[in-house]
Design a protein around this ligand. Structure first.
Ligand SMILES: C[S@@+](CC[C@H](N)C(=O)[O-])C[C@H]1O[C@@H](n2cnc3c(N)ncnc32)[C@H](O)[C@@H]1O
Length: 115
């Protein structure tokens, strides 16, 4: 198994958290859609929406998922998405450790500035 495949397998451990009766799943920050596509192949009865702010990633994800009917990709910022009235049975948010640490640091600094 090459490095990419191993990384994808690790990321796919997320599927254990999907509700058994889920019909719609949102993948925020889906990048090139590798994880979203793998999930859509595993669960053809679930409709997936993958979103990312990077247009090149979204174009690639669309190209790589042409064989699937249960998946859509959209270039959109998370904050824009949050203004929509939409419902998803589950939301996947897979980030790298560095990104999580960055968000955590900013949150801690934000709280500190409020005293
Ligand atoms: C570390 S990558 C994770 C990729 C994918 N979830 C995975 O595990 O393979 C984070 C992705 O989130 C996207 N992203 C970051 N901030 C975002 C935002 N505010 N709205 C939408 N996408 C965002 C980036 O463009 C990037 O592709």
């Amino acid at each position: 198994m090459d490095r990419m495949a191993k990384s994808l397998k690790e990321k796919l451990k997320i599927i254990r958290f999907l509700p058994k009766d889920a019909k719609t799943v949102l993948d925020v920050g889906c990048a090139d859609g590798s994880v979203t596509i793998a999930m859509a192949e595993l669960f053809p009865w679930i409709n997936f929406l993958g979103v990312d702010l990077n247009e090149a990633f979204i174009d690639k994800a669309k190209e790589n998922s042409k064989h699937l009917k249960n998946i859509n990709f959209e270039k959109v910022y998370l904050r824009e998405l949050l203004t929509r009235e939409a419902y998803y049975d589950a939301i996947v948010f897979l980030l790298g450790v560095a990104r999580i640490l960055h968000i955590w640091r900013r949150a801690v600094l934000g709280f500190k500035s409020f005293g």
